[in-house]
Ligand binder design. Sequence first.
Ligand code: GLU
Ligand code: ZN
Length: 300
Amino acid sequence: MPGSEPTPYIGRFAPSPTGPLHFGSLVAAVASYLQACVNDGQWLLRVEDIDPPREQPGATDLILRSLEAHGFEWHGETIFQCASREAHQTALQQLLDAGLAYPCTCSRKDLADAPRSPLGVIYPGTCRNGADAGDHAIRVRTNDEPIRFSDALQGDFEHHLETESGDFVIRRRDGLIAYQLAVVVDDEIEGITEVVRGIDIIDSTPRQIWLQKCLGFRTPAYMHIPVMTHPDGDKLSKLTGAPAIPDSTPGENLFLALVALKQQPPPDLGAAPLKEIWAWADQNWRSQRLSGNKAAIWPP
Ligand code: GLU
Ligand code: ZN
């Protein structure tokens, strides 16, 4: 159509500084990076540093150093999520003012007998019509409207929040903004057009889409890539003792990440200079090779 420019692609990698990068996070970084490259888009780096109790001192530096060692180039400055604290508060206030969110004074103990889903407690709505004074979380109201989305690799989903989470927390009792709200506000501010991340977070997507609707934000496209697991099936994470990626062997690491992402790199690619590895990956990236894949064993 004359005069209508296609929306430029903006992707992101959003690590939490809870520890150094492990292979699971490297694979997510590589997939989101290549999606941005093949779409001639921008790739943003956002350090999700809004949960100090979970953070590890020094982790941000280690993550940045690893990404640099592997030849990732991000657009603009590194974004720190705590810089958008005011925007998070504004969004929270917008939901409160519109009556779409409310204070909840329920403790964990109060909710011990509440029904549960795989996502945890299904909030029974105790404080929907007014809470006692005191320490409180803030929950967003949900309803029985189905939430649908189409994932680029995992297919179509329909979710019903009332049977999965009920009204969910957007500001914690300790005063910190919950991940679900922060990520939605930041993706909107940065104009993210596609979210590429591990399938271990796919359960959060319906709640994030709900918040986008409540706040009048755009919904990006979603691509959830397989999660890397240990041979026993446990997800690679700091909790399961996943080792940090060795920055001394970036070529080999990238090669293994491409294998895990089912890109079938030529066997000698790992020994090539980083620029050549990235050039090969850019030319040969086919996300569809991951269609329907939910988990991949590490090392591949
Ligand atoms: N910060 C989250 C993590 O490291 C990822 C958030 C996202 O990609 O939406 O697990
Ligand atoms: Zn409550």
